[in-house]
Design a protein around this ligand. Structure first.
Ligand SMILES: Nc1ncnc2c1ncn2[C@@H]1O[C@H](COP(=O)(O)OP(=O)(O)OP(=O)(O)O)[C@@H](O)[C@H]1O
Ligand SMILES: [Mg+2]
Length: 258
């Protein structure tokens, strides 16, 4: 198995945008990621689901190196993750991340929030950054909120601004970690619709979510994690209609009968 991985490492298939090869990570005694092998093709939408504490967020965070790994390799677009410095900042810009909490800068307007990364990291000229920010805010349906401060927006609107902000960097891949779980129910769909649209447009996406409707309609593949391992990978149809592992069956029984 390791021989195969080495070969693939040396010449990753052009269509694999994100590759995790035998990744392990511990938090003290806790083995939070165990032998994770995961390849995400360009344009693919992968939904990651699993019980609380199974390592889903940690997996996402390793992909933009918010967490380091103990062993194994991660590459994006054929290049290993940079350790530090400017290359790391560039990587973070290439990997858009949207978290459960919106993480917008409270003292900056919506427009400024979406311009900031462009001018600071991408060195885009201010006027061009503003034009792009306004276009992206329109695209996620909050163009008329551009001059407000985040606290003046609903949770669903703030989350759509967070998506626009990530998109402003022209990311190669977008990571979403439970982007709707802090939202009031009536705001969940407006965020999921923006994500569905992105998926339809061909964005490569890794989405941790309990929204099974989204998984069914937008995902090419479901990855089920339990206790730090990928236990099952399947198409949404296969996974939801015919899960193979007992752990996936248990998990689905719990979430679908709530
Ligand atoms: N910085 C940290 N230090 C120590 N332990 C951590 C840290 N971050 C996460 N953990 C632990 O690692 C395990 C996996 O956490 P992680 O957040 O990846 O799970 P998750 O699948 O995203 O769970 P949830 O569905 O609740 O968000 C948990 O047991 C968690 O307590
Ligand atoms: Mg989590």
């Amino acid at each position: 198995m390791s021989e195969v991985s080495v070969t693939k490492d040396a010449a990753p298939a052009a269509e694999d945008l994100v590759v995790l090869d035998n990744v392990n990570k511990h938090f003290g005694a806790l083995h939070v990621l165990q032998d994770i092998d995961l390849k995400i093709a360009r344009g693919e939408v992968v939904v990651v689901i699993g019980p609380s504490g199974s390592g889903k967020s940690t997996l996402c965070r390793t992909i933009n190196r918010l967490e380091t790994v103990d062993s194994g390799h991660i590459s994006i677009d054929g290049k290993p993750l940079p350790q530090e410095g400017k290359p790391l900042a560039k990587l973070r810009a290439d990997v858009g991340m949207v978290f459960q909490a919106f993480n917008l800068f409270a003292h900056k307007t919506v427009l400024e929030n979406v311009m900031l990364g462009q001018t600071k990291v991408r060195r885009t000229e201010k006027q061009a950054a503003e034009t792009k920010a306004r276009a992206l805010l329109d695209r996620v349906g909050v163009g008329n909120q551009a001059d407000k401060y985040p606290a003046q927006l609903s949770g669903g609107q703030q989350q759509r601004v967070a998506i626009a902000r990530a998109l402003a960097m022209d990311p190669k891949v977008m990571l979403f970690d439970e982007p709707t779980s802090a939202l009031d129910p009536e705001m969940i769909n407006e965020v999921l619709e923006v994500m569905k649209q992105l998926a339809d447009e061909g964005m490569t996406m890794v989405v941790v979510t309990h929204e099974m409707g989204f998984a069914r309609s937008a995902a090419n593949r479901v990855v089920f994690m339990s206790d730090g391992r990928i236990v099952e990978e399947a198409t949404p149809d296969q996974f939801f209609n015919n899960p193979r592992s007992d752990r996936a069956k248990d998990f689905l029984a719990k979430i679908l009968h709530h």
